[in-house]
Write a protein that binds this ligand. Structure first.
Ligand SMILES: Cc1cc2nc3c(=O)[nH]c(=O)nc-3n(C[C@H](O)[C@H](O)[C@H](O)COP(=O)(O)OP(=O)(O)OC[C@H]3O[C@@H](n4cnc5c(N)ncnc54)[C@H](O)[C@@H]3O)c2cc1C
Length: 402
């Protein structure tokens, strides 16, 4: 059984004191929620996207995916966070997204939808009636602040707006105190201490009971890392295939001979042809393997040269790209040292860990990747099953790393 509910609920409310050790039960009771991950979320339906005064100097500001409004200097951020963590409503300031600029399907034609977040006091700091009042008054105050920077962010431009507050998140989402990270990010609840040292390996003392949600390391976020890590532990316990030993996505492509490269591309495109909902777009992905002096095929600092293969399907891999080549519009660019790619190809390193730790940089629109989850799965399967991905020269020379 794998639980993504918060760990205190799982151990205290569901398992109970009779089935775990007294220490484990005490740790669960003492686990704290908020204030570090407590948010309120504004939602706005707008006639026009905000037009910032500063766009006069830099027009791109009106097209930003994420715009932080209301802090002029670092001290403002500090004051804001101190207030929120101490239970005071901070002076309005927020991170904002006008999603419809990037995804017009999120608003009727010619209109816009925006969202954002405020770090906020914990749910228990205010009564139900006080939260009700905050939902009305805080948005008015934020709009006034927003209008100082984007004059059209005013009442005439707002069709409707709403604030989703921590008390609502607690009630509706079972996020205690409105803590979207399901556990305070304090040193004693982070890293190897999350949720607590004896539960940090996702095992919850009872055989076959695992924790996979944001209460587990590394904490909340749509990166899905707690679930991925939990699966690795479950796979170990139940002798299932582990993603660590599965081969990576597209990472080996560029350090292999052209005929192998063609085989992978053919396999991927053949698999895509069997999908019912094949994405209609063409996907352009660059894999940049930078020689680091240790890897098997490249010299230090050299990017892998590779002949540009002909386009023959929805997935197109760009083998080598100048940094700012405006003629190529990329969905993704993976950049990393040759050794890391070698180790992934040999099953010695985990591609997801490499991306999460930043060893391999992934640049691209994560929303795109999430929307295309099915395609990503197809790519992985084709890579792992349809092609002989045996490392052409045997295992890399630094096998001791495994
Ligand atoms: C306003 C807000 C903004 C956020 N912004 C970001 C962001 O920009 N980037 C980012 O990476 N992360 C962000 N997060 C955090 C991220 O959304 C979460 O960490 C992530 O969704 C956790 O995913 P999960 O599937 O592990 O758990 P959850 O999505 O929390 O799913 C747990 C589920 O279990 C259910 N549940 C709980 N208890 C029970 C029970 N007893 N019985 C049955 N069901 C139960 C809950 O209702 C919920 O549906 C944000 C969260 C919020 C609330």
């Amino acid at each position: 059984m794998v639980a993504s509910a918060d760990v205190r609920q799982v151990i205290v409310d569901m398992v109970g004191p009779d089935h775990v050790s007294p220490l484990f039960y005490k740790r669960a009771k003492d686990f704290r929620y908020g204030p570090s991950g407590v948010l309120a979320t504004p939602m706005l339906c707008l006639r026009d996207a905000p037009q910032y005064t500063s766009a006069r100097w830099d027009p791109d500001i009106d097209e930003c995916f994420y715009t932080v409004v209301g802090y002029d200097q670092p001290e403002d951020v500090e004051r804001y966070i101190r207030a929120a963590h101490s239970g005071w409503l901070p002076e309005p300031a927020a991170g904002t997204w006008v999603n419809s600029i990037w995804d017009p399907s999120q608003a009727p034609e010619g209109r816009h939808s925006a969202t954002g977040w405020f770090f906020f006091p914990m749910a228990s700091y205010y009564s139900a009636q006080e939260w009700e009042d905050i939902r009305v008054s805080y948005m008015e105050r934020f709009l006034a602040r927003w209008g100082e920077f984007a004059p059209n962010a005013n009442h005439d431009n707002v069709v409707a707006m709403k604030l989703y507050t921590p008390d609502q998140m607690e009630r509706k989402n079972l996020m205690w105190e409105g803590d979207c990270l399901l556990g305070d990010m304090a040193p004693d609840q982070m890293g190897p201490n999350r949720p607590w040292p004896e539960a940090a390996d996702y095992r919850l003392e009872i055989p076959n009971l695992y924790l996979c949600g944001p209460s587990a390391y590394p904490g909340g976020g749509v990166h899905a890392a707690p679930g991925y890590n939990a699966y690795k532990v479950i796979a170990e316990d139940l002798a299932l295939a582990s993603p660590v030993t599965e081969r990576g996505l597209l990472t080996c492509l560029m350090c292999t001979p052209p005929r192998w490269y063609d085989a992978v591309k053919e396999a991927i495109n053949a698999r895509l042809a069997t999908l019912k909902e094949v994405p209609q777009d063409e996907f352009t992905i660059a894999v940049e393997i930078v020689g680091d002096g240790r890897d098997t095929v490249r010299r230090r600092g050299r990017r892998t040269p590779f002949p540009d293969p002909p386009r023959s399907g929805p997935v197109h891999l760009v083998p080598h790209l100048e940094e700012d080549d405006p003629s190529v519009k990329l969905n993704y660019r993976f950049t990393g040292p040759g050794t890391e790619f070698d180790e992934i190809a040999a099953g010695l390193a985990d591609p997801i860990d490499a991306a999460l730790s930043g060893t391999i940089k992934v640049r691209g629109d994560m929303r795109f990747l999430m929307r295309q989850a099915q395609m990503v799965q197809v790519l992985l399967e084709a890579y792992a099953n349809d092609v002989d991905t045996t490392w052409p020269q045997g295992r890399p020379p630094y096998e001791e790393a495994g």
